[in-house]
Ligand binder design. Structure first.
Ligand code: OKP
Ligand code: ZN
Length: 343
């Protein structure tokens, strides 16, 4: 399959994250893409195409709040105007009991438009964020043109980004933007299958009340794992969306036996929905060696994921999400894609 990517992802680098009382360099690094590209070349997975420049805001505003996108576009200018040029992080959020009110000051705006301290900006972040949308749409266009599958190798990732909230390394929800693109180009129903270790809270929020996008999400039980405030089995959608969200949480230590069975269950639900396109939020942080996660999938399990998804027999867009064991991420990402192609 062909791979769409933009070298501009590299502009989002040297940023930091807040985690359990500590600010550290972010685990979400440019090297992740380098290792995946290296493995793509080593196995000859397919042609790597540079994403062409498109209007990312026009594509993203179909699933994101316009004020949120404007905030991200303006962010670095506002930050410089405060006399700052170094690292950024929100530190105050409108929690229960406070007003849903948009402040003017950049520090207030950061909290208003985020749900954690895991999405920080550097000067090039907005450029990189837009380029991830270019990759997602570019890969979606390949499928629109008749290809069976394509891979959007994008970063920063997207599945934690909600309609008006950044967090968990995510700014624009690349998979959600792509799913909406398919609907706007003839698809009647789209499934987003999220296999990242973490619950895709942003994707779920965006489509929670809609019946045209099915959300199926395998993840670590959010009673004990990030992002904590969504991902339970009783979240099944609302209104028109009732019955179109399926959460499959699993305990720490989950290995292929349990995870593979959950994937099979997920795929049966997808078959019942009968989507025109499947968008896979492809996280590789289910890997046993992942530094921030607690599942135990092995390198040899990843091709089995691809093969099961291929058995759905639907046009499939893979969109890169998490995975932080950088030395292994190439093998595991390409493992899924090769498993898909070999099936
Ligand atoms: C982004 B993606 C848990 C740390 C959580 C944020 C993780 C964001 C993951 N010990 N920090 O879903 O891979
Ligand atoms: Zn993740």
């Amino acid at each position: 399959m062909r791979i769409v990517y933009s070298p501009r992802h590299r502009l989002h680098a040297d940023n930091q994250e807040l985690n359990a009382g500590v600010i550290t360099p972010a685990f979400e690094l440019p090297a992740r893409v380098d290792f995946i590209l290296k493995r793509i070349e080593a196995v000859g997975l397919g042609e790597v195409i540079e994403a062409k420049t498109i209007d990312a805001v026009a594509a993203a505003v179909k699933v994101h709040d316009a004020g949120y996108l404007q905030f991200m576009a303006d962010f670095w200018t506002l930050w410089l105007a405060e006399g700052r040029s170094g690292p950024t992080m929100p530190y105050v959020w409108p929690a229960r009991g406070q007003r849903d009110i948009r402040p003017e000051h950049v520090n207030g705006l950061m909290g208003y438009y985020s749900f954690d301290g895991g999405a920080s900006f550097v000067e090039g972040t907005w450029e990189a964020v837009q380029s991830a949308v270019w990759s997602a749409i570019g890969a979606a266009e390949l499928i629109g043109g008749g290809e069976r599958a394509a891979y959007a190798l994008c970063r920063p990732p997207g599945h934690h980004a909600g309609s008006s909230t950044m967090g968990g390394y995510c700014f624009i929800n690349n998979a959600a933007v792509a799913a909406q693109w398919f609907l706007d180009h003839g698809a009647k129903r789209v499934t987003i299958l999220d296999v990242d270790y973490h619950h895709g809270n942003g994707t779920q929020e965006i489509f929670y009340r809609r019946g045209d996008v099915q959300i199926v999400d395998l993840h670590a039980d959010t009673a004990v794992a990030y992002p904590f405030f969504s991902g339970r089995t009783d979240e099944t959608g609302e209104g028109q969306g009732e019955g179109f969200t399926l959460n499959l949480p699993m305990p720490f230590g989950t290995d292929w036996q349990t995870w593979g069975a959950a994937l099979d269950h997920a795929c049966r639900a997808i078959e019942a929905f009968g989507p025109d396109v499947v968008v896979v939020s492809l996280g590789l942080d289910t890997f046993e060696g992942d530094p921030i996660s607690k599942f135990r999938l092995k390198r040899e399990d990843y091709p089995k994921i691809g093969a099961r998804i291929a058995a759905l027999g639907r046009p499939t867009l893979f969109v890169q999400e998490g995975g932080y064991a950088v030395e292994d991420i190439g093998h595991n990402a390409v493992g899924v894609l090769s498993g898909f192609e070999g099936a």
